[in-house]
Write a protein that binds this ligand. Structure first.
Ligand SMILES: NC(=O)C1=CN([C@@H]2O[C@H](COP(=O)(O)OP(=O)(O)OC[C@H]3O[C@@H](n4cnc5c(N)ncnc54)[C@H](OP(=O)(O)O)[C@@H]3O)[C@@H](O)[C@H]2O)C=CC1
Ligand SMILES: CC(=O)C(=O)O
Ligand SMILES: [Mg+2]
Length: 397
């Protein structure tokens, strides 16, 4: 709590980029000088990128309906997380952010609020908005805004999960195409993670997705259209039935929902990503105590293998802003997966070892994915994303 309270309440502040000391400075910063860029922007909106901070500013916007794995605690309670995202944008990609917490009654009201302020920013990072509303919100905002709109819990999580998963499977000697996958959770993160894993080679029929009612199967009549895409034609109904013989477990649901007994039922050499925050679906100590053949990741910074969207969102937005991309498309997402994945195979610089408080890191079971404080992420992931934006025709410079 002290970290969040001192030296000033919160984690971010606004800083000036230009001089504001003299009467001359003020007559440029405000009236009368500020009228000139106003006229230029009115003539051509693209001049906002030249004369304002728009092009390097991302709005981090939430309604607090799915704050981490803590649930629907409302917009104001989400503010520490949104400030945290702003801190990470600045620290890792030198992107300025404003956190905006929106109170609303209907989904349309939220969409209209965001759409009506979107022009102020170079991009919009939607955060911690629950499914299924998040899908409609993102789709509608993408169509109404000509800046990138990216729901990080969906796509940032999916990108990092895919990068980590491909590396973990390489170490375990398995191919994604042949794997049986159990996904606990059927919300924003789950649906996007499974869709991207399919784009990376997984078979939809081999995925068992579960929500609070158990396995999502074709005979259920309570499924929304997003869950319906993962309805499996199966007799399996429980987590224990689905996980028996499975190669992969992805948890994006809630704390301590995977028991040691269920973990024992998985196939040899399994991969377990227990990504719920702040508490994973199974504690790594417990998982490791019952199996010594697994590769384990969590969403947390204090265990090896942090599968968390922090490894993606600063860098994918950096790449998108640098080429003024209108959207973040699949080509850019796949480029990010590959760049993150490859970086884990390179020697780790001393500065990263020091920041991670370890003496060595080598590609393997305890290092499947780079550390967020690896400075090479900025260069490599952002460049790969920017290149993909240019090649796929969505860059504007
Ligand atoms: N490591 C990372 O980078 C990230 C981790 N996450 C984590 O993933 C989790 C979900 O986030 P998000 O997708 O945004 O939230 P959503 O609210 O969109 O989805 C939550 C999903 O979890 C399911 N769920 C909750 N409790 C249970 C349970 N007891 N048994 C089975 N399923 C359950 C819900 O089921 P139902 O549909 O029945 O309500 C729902 O499908 C959170 O813990 C969050 O911290 C999210 C994003 C990034
Ligand atoms: C990491 C993140 O975005 C979440 O847990 O919601
Ligand atoms: Mg989140």
């Amino acid at each position: 709590m002290e970290y969040h309270q001192y030296p000033k309440p919160g984690k971010i502040e606004v800083a000036l980029t230009t001089s504001a000391e003299t009467v001359d400075d003020l007559s440029l910063a405000y009236s009368p000088g500020v009228a000139e860029p106003v006229r230029e922007i009115a003539l051509d909106p693209d001049n906002a990128y030249k004369y304002t901070a728009k092009g390097n500013t991302v709005a981090v916007i939430s309604n607090g309906t799915a704050i981490l794995g803590l649930g629907n605690l409302g917009p104001l309670a989400s503010k520490p997380v949104m400030e945290g995202k702003a801190l990470l944008f600045k620290r890792f990609a030198n992107i300025d952010s404003f956190d905006i917490e929106v109170t609303h009654n209907t989904t349309d009201e939220f969409i209209n609020t965001v759409a009506s302020i979107a022009d102020s920013f170079g991009g919009i990072n939607l955060e911690d908005i629950k499914a299924p509303e998040c899908f409609e919100i993102e789709k509608e905002l993408i169509s109404r805004c000509n800046i990138p709109v990216f729901h990080d819990d969906q796509h940032g999580t999916a990108i990092v999960t895919s990068a980590g998963m491909l590396n973990a499977l390489e170490i375990q000697g398995k191919a994604l195409h042949d794997c049986t996958i159990v996904c606990l959770g059927a919300g924003a993160a789950a649906i996007a993670c499974m869709e991207l894993l399919i784009k990376c080679g997984a078979q939809r029929e081999r995925i068992y997705m579960l929500d609070r009612q158990g396995v999502i199967h074709t005979r259920r009549d309570d499924l929304n259209e997003y869950k319906m895409r993962f309805a499996n034609n199966t007799d399996k109904r429980t987590l224990e039935e689905a996980i028996t013989g499975a190669d992969i477990f992805v948890g994006v649901s809630g704390a301590n929902l995977l028991t040691a007994e269920a973990l024992k039922l998985m196939a040899p050499n399994p991969v377990v990503f227990a990504c719920s925050n702040p508490d994973p679906e199974i504690q790594p100590e417990l998982a490791m105590s019952v199996r010594d053949d697994l590769i384990m990741a969590t969403g947390r910074s204090d265990y090896p293998n942090q599968v968390n969207n922090v490894l993606c969102f600063p860098f994918i937005f950096r790449g998108a802003l640098d080429v003024r991309a209108t959207v973040i498309n699949d080509e850019m997402k796949i480029a990010a997966v590959e760049a993150i994945r490859q970086l884990a195979k390179e020697p780790v610089p001393e500065s990263v070892l020091k920041a991670a408080n370890v003496s060595e890191l080598h590609f393997g079971a305890d290092y499947i994915i780079p550390k967020p404080m690896d400075p090479r992420l900025l260069e490599k992931v952002s460049k790969a994303v920017a290149d993909a934006a240019i090649k796929s025709g969505v860059s504007r410079i």
